[in-house]
Design a protein around this ligand. Structure first.
Ligand SMILES: Cc1ncc(COP(=O)(O)O)c(C=O)c1O
Length: 229
């Protein structure tokens, strides 16, 4: 496999030789990211068993940016979100910046304890639940199939968002991720190597109505416009 630096060098050399591509690369970019990129991502997600329309994507500068945008689009300051008791520290930082209270849900080898989440919801449902179903950071726990089903059921019952962090999905992965077919409002960061070229995307939930999807994209897009090609 060629190293990331040589792939990046080759791509940049290709752009430098193509005047139209160079002009496109240095121009202001659409807030949501280039249509071509969003179409490629939509095709990739569809191949993975998660059909998402190109217009449901916002291209981000990596997974952390996707988390930040999604929290700010879907929550208001002062609201409560829930996450695994041991979770990605970037989530905690983004939640603090958005003035959200993060509730810790116990977890074990099969991921988040859904009975504990159910008890928490019975008191007062959080606005959003953050999960890294295919690999918790830092424990590595993988959310079991039955807990995924339970999470989806709880989300429907208590009307909270699921923020699925799919930072570990690889663009070339051939197997469908285990989470296909459940609701998602995912910052999904295909930021596999080359990580120096930080890119990611956030997608609106698969099955959500068109009006809700447009509202989500409208809220994210102005904050995503960091003008990168
Ligand atoms: C679970 C998780 N989400 C998000 C990120 C951030 O991704 P990025 O480096 O693309 O911003 C990381 C980085 O380690 C991570 O472990």
């Amino acid at each position: 496999m060629r190293c990331a630096a040589s792939l990046l060098g080759q791509a940049l050399a290709g752009i430098a030789e193509d005047r139209a591509a160079l002009e496109r690369a240095v121009a202001y970019q659409p807030e949501r990211g280039l249509a071509g990129h969003r179409e490629r991502l939509a095709a990739w997600m569809t191949r993975l068993g998660m059909p998402v329309a190109p217009e449901a994507f916002v291209i981000t500068a990596g997974g952390q940016h996707g988390i930040d945008l999604t929290l700010r689009a879907l929550t208001r300051p002062g609201e409560r979100i829930a996450a695994d008791a041991l979770t990605y520290p970037g989530l905690i930082g983004a939640a603090r910046q958005a003035h959200l209270k993060t509730l810790a849900v116990p977890l074990d080898d099969a991921g988040m304890d859904m009975e504990a989440l159910a008890r928490l919801c019975a008191q007062q449902p959080p606005r959003l639940v953050y999960v890294t179903p295919d690999q918790n950071n830092p424990t590595g726990a993988v959310l079991s199939e039955d807990r995924r089903e339970r999470l989806a059921a709880l989300a429907r019952q208590h009307e909270f968002w699921i923020l699925e962090d799919g930072v570990q999905y690889l663009p070339e992965a051939s197997a469908a991720p285990r989470s296909s077919g459940w609701p998602r409002s995912a910052p999904c960061s295909p930021s596999a190597p080359p990580r120096c070229w930080r890119a990611g995307c956030a997608s609106a939930p698969c099955g959500c109505p068109r009006r809700c999807r447009s509202r989500w994209v409208r809220r994210c897009a102005p904050r995503a416009g960091w003008c990168r090609p």
